[in-house]
Design a binder for this molecule. Structure first.
Ligand code: GDP
Ligand code: CA
Length: 319
């Protein structure tokens, strides 16, 4: 079976680990990764979501943090600080730096981000084909108003530096309007047997991927069933501040509101947590098949069970 999954960082990566445990060796998984979180730091191109997927599936992730490398050290960061060079708020460890150096070196030499990602995956062997959503530069910005006035800041500044403590007024995927899907992305969607939306952030992870012209249309037109899993349980994100960016696009932070925001034109099936059993009816009324199952990714087996539930629902809604 050919499975395509759209993925952000932590939520996407952890789900994919369970999906890999749930499927067989004959199944092929293509992951379309969000690159809207990408940022240039110290002259280096950093792709946090692609790296989180790569490190998580390749066994190199810092499990407690959910991002960055295992057994990390921070000498470079300390040296940069001695020079007075920031940003101090973004955590790039020494081992992680090597990834960004290799990536940036290859990009400077003329390779595309897809080619670079493939090369990095030779080391990490994630067990999936990892494609960036686009080889073109797309950067999510967030409009805020604070004592400095109204301005748009990079998503990482909003998320990591400000911890989403200020209201997000708008989410702007800068560059998305002219970006093209990376090679293989539209083909993978068109040829998929199942398309999954992991419990990734619906706005700044899945939403950014869908903002690349052609991807949303391809998913909507795909013959494969499309099934998503709610990142919202009991009216709040399981981890992080997704409620802040949902508010920016006028969507309530509930499992059913997120499903309705994707809409029946895009998704055929939706899984909510058992805590949200009451929202099943509203989702089904919108023409989306919905089931309530445990959705906490407490360990790989619990996550594999979520993946099995998503694949089972895909079979039920297959046309
Ligand atoms: P990011 O790029 O690192 O923010 O990661 P993603 O966008 O892939 O995923 C973030 C989302 O994962 C958040 O909105 C969380 O609510 C969701 N999430 C994290 N852990 C769990 C979990 O155990 N279960 C579910 N259902 N969602 C989760
Ligand atoms: Ca992310």
């Amino acid at each position: 079976m050919r499975i395509v999954a759209l993925a952000g960082g932590i939520g996407g990566a952890r789900f994919l680990r369970g999906l890999l445990a749930a499927v067989g060796p004959q199944d092929e998984i293509t992951v379309i990764g969000n690159t809207g979180d990408d940022i240039h730091l110290y002259g280096l191109k950093v792709c946090p979501d692609l790296d989180t997927v790569m490190y998580t599936l390749g066994g190199g992730i810092n499990e407690e943090q959910g991002w960055g490398r295992t057994d990390e050290t921070w000498s470079i960061k300390a040296e940069m600080k001695e020079y007075g060079v920031g940003p101090e708020w973004f955590g790039l460890g020494d081992r992680d730096f090597a990834t960004h150096l290799v990536r940036s070196q290859m990009l400077t030499a003329g390779y595309s981000l897809s080619q670079v990602t493939e090369a990095l995956c030779v080391r990490w062997k994630p067990g999936v084909r990892l494609l960036p959503m686009s080889d073109d530069r797309v950067e999510t910005h967030v409009r805020i108003t604070d004592e400095q006035g109204t301005r748009a800041i990079h998503f990482q500044e909003y998320w990591v530096k400000l911890h989403a403590a200020v209201d997000a007024e708008a989410i702007i995927p800068v560059g998305a309007d002219t970006a093209k899907p990376a090679p293989g992305v539209l083909e993978a969607i068109a040829e998929a047997d199942v398309i999954l939306f992991p419990p990734s952030n619906p706005v700044v992870s899945i939403g950014s991927i869908l903002a690349v012209p052609g991807i949303r249309e391809a998913v909507a037109a795909a013959p494969a069933p499309v099934v998503g899993l709610s990142p919202i349980i009991g009216g709040a994100p399981v981890r992080g501040m997704a409620d802040k960016v949902l508010a920016a696009v006028g969507v309530e932070a509930t499992a059913d509101a997120v499903a309705l925001n994707y809409g029946s034109a895009l998704i055929d099936g939706w899984l909510v947590d058992t805590a949200d059993e009451a929202s099943v009816a509203a989702v089904e009324a919108a023409g989306i098949a919905c089931r309530a199952v445990p959705l906490l990714m407490t360990d790989v087996e619990a996550t594999a069970e979520m993946a099995r539930a998503a694949l089972a629902l895909a079979e039920q809604v297959r046309k």
